[in-house]
Write a protein that binds this ligand. Structure first.
Ligand SMILES: [Zn+2]
Length: 260
């Protein structure tokens, strides 16, 4: 039985792994054939297959590489990195390409997304999990990564080692402004949150901006993976469908915090 950094979602005791299943001694969770484990009890409604497919199509061409390059300097090879809301694991896979010895754990509420992540990153640990109640033992993580995902700061604080870092990315004010201009008659810019305060110390903040040159298929994948896909009129969707090329600004706020 191998020790793991995971904890039982029922009794919160550390989980041990015997190559087939994870167990706290009382509760057992089988490893799926794709390699992931489902520790989400009760199940939550994660991203559906349509959204996950759009994300997979979009990331195939790696259009967010400049954002990934901005995240990279804040991770070192000996770190244990937990991506809270990892989706199909795009950011973790990027980091592991650069740092092959990195230990990574990806959590997401969507079983469909975790299955895909696990299939394409056989050495990565992927877990279907509720990130509001992380099935991970206390103070075991060097870096928590949160890209466009909501998180509970109390859980981030609990899982980070002292001196550990939280890297979070949220959309900047003008993120995808050209796409929104096609979809909506009046433009509403994004609101950027205030930096977090104690117990985390903001050590770095930057705006990451770059243009994505979207052909039709990339544009449609991008649209399908945004919340706009659910709030756009049929007419606006038809208008978007007729566009063969659009340059779209990707704009992010990247913040890095350190736990005191
Ligand atoms: Zn248990």
């Amino acid at each position: 039985m191998k020790q793991t950094l995971l904890r039982c979602p029922i009794c919160q005791k550390q989980l041990y792994f015997n190559n087939v299943s994870y167990s706290c001694g009382k509760h057992h969770f089988d490893k799926a054939k794709e390699g992931y484990v489902n520790l989400c009890i009760p199940p939550i409604k994660g991203d559906d297959s349509h959204l996950v497919q759009a994300r997979e199509d979009f990331f195939l061409k790696n259009p967010y590489e400049p954002l990934m390059n901005a995240i990279f300097p804040w991770v070192t090879t000996q770190d244990v990195v937990l991506d809270m809301g990892c989706g199909i694991g795009s950011y973790l896979k990027y980091l592991k390409d650069k740092l092959p010895l990195l230990t990574t754990i990806g959590f997401d509420g969507s079983k469909i997304a975790i299955k895909k992540a696990s299939k394409s990153d056989l050495n990565g640990q992927y877990v279907v999990a509720n990130i509001n109640s992380c099935p991970i033992i206390d103070h075991s993580i060097d870096v928590v990564l949160s890209v466009f995902a909501p998180y509970q700061i109390s859980e981030v604080k609990r899982v980070l080692k002292p001196g550990g870092r939280l890297i979070c990315v949220e959309p900047g004010i003008n993120h995808l402004v050209e796409l929104k201009s096609v979809l909506y008659p009046s433009l509403r810019l994004n609101e950027v949150s205030e930096p977090l305060k104690t117990p985390l110390n903001l050590i770095h903040e930057e705006n990451v901006n770059f243009i994505i040159s979207c052909d039709h298929s990339l544009l449609m994948s991008l649209f399908q993976m945004t919340p706009y896909a659910y709030t756009t009129s049929k007419e606006a969707q038809e208008k978007l469908s007729s566009i063969s090329h659009l340059d779209v600004l990707a704009s992010f706020v990247l913040r890095v915090y350190e736990l005191h």
